[in-house]
Design a protein around this ligand. Structure first.
Ligand code: NAI
Length: 259
């Protein structure tokens, strides 16, 4: 059938790097991007975690290769990106997703360590990955960066200040780089997931999750990782070329619900 629109909604053949892709939203994003025909660079801390996701993707007949990558290790990030580019012939998209959470009050004896670890993994790491990827993104005809922040990048949950500060920082980084890289056609956008059932939240008892979600979200439930992955995919489409510096909540309406 003839199409009346001009811009493509296909990422087929594009190469996408995803950090923290062994679990939760990273894994869902890797699976979705592979379903859409992208070559997926699956990275995470452990070989077992990475291999399991690569196995799922290749067993489905889709394309992926895995690398262990601790996002706090800038040298390793550069090495992984060079190897992946050699394997797939380029790099088009980076999804900065890897994350963890440590909570505690400001007078916690471990606060300074928690702060340093949290900011390093959730915020500084994004800059490492982007710096290593940039020369390759500059060669792409569809260069996309998506940073995963959180609704904690807008507001704050009690005793979570390092995480809240880092996620606010991810939003700031997104805006800053969107301005810096815009003239090169590289888009930089940010997703703010609300409560999603993943490795980060699975320890919360289901009853508690249900009470929280009914009270705080418009949709009255937790989200699933794939719902966030579709938001990320939208930012990565060739058709999304005029969308940059955008901060998209995928939160079941948490941010807009007053009561
Ligand atoms: P998850 O625990 O299921 O997945 C996070 C992945 O990141 C894990 O596979 C973990 O091994 C990896 N990771 C942790 N530290 C790493 C490091 N130093 N280097 C490389 N990989 C590392 O959790 P989830 O929820 O899928 O988290 C993904 C992102 O979503 C995180 O940035 C998180 O802060 C964010 N987020 C999660 C929400 C939720 O409700 N689950 C809500 C808002 C944001």
């Amino acid at each position: 059938m003839a199409r009346l629109s001009e811009l493509s909604r296909s990422i087929e053949g594009k190469v996408a790097l995803i950090t923290g892709a062994a679990s939760g939203m990273g894994r869902a994003t890797a699976r979705l991007f592979s379903d859409e025909g992208a070559h997926v660079i699956v990275t995470d801390l452990t070989a077992d975690g990475v291999d399991a996701v690569v196995q799922e993707i290749t067993a489905a007949g889709n394309s992926a290769q895995g690398w262990t990558l601790d996002v706090t290790d800038g040298e390793r990030a550069a090495q992984v990106i060079e190897e992946a580019v050699a394997a797939f012939g380029g790099l088009d998209m980076v999804v900065n997703n890897a994350g963890m959470a440590i909570s505690g009050p400001i007078d916690d004896p471990d606060f300074e360590d928690n702060w340093a670890t949290t900011v390093d993994i959730l915020l500084t790491a994004h800059t490492r990955i982007i710096r290593a990827a940039l020369p390759h993104l500059r060669q792409s005809d569809c260069p996309r960066i998506v940073n995963i922040a959180s609704t904690e990048g807008w507001g704050a949950t009690k005793f979570n200040s390092p995480y809240v500060a880092a996620k606010h920082g991810v939003i700031g980084l997104t805006k800053g780089l969107a301005v810096d890289l815009g003239r090169e056609g590289i888009t930089v956008n940010c997703i703010c997931p609300g409560p999603i059932v993943t490795g980060l939240t699975e320890a919360i008892p289901e009853e508690q999750r249900t009470i929280y979600a009914k009270r705080r979200t418009a949709l009255g439930r937790y989200g699933i990782p794939e719902e966030v992955a579709h938001g990320t995919l939208n930012f990565c489409l060739p058709a999304s070329q005029f969308m940059t510096g955008a901060i998209l909540p995928v939160d079941g309406g948490l941010l807009i619900k007053n009561a």
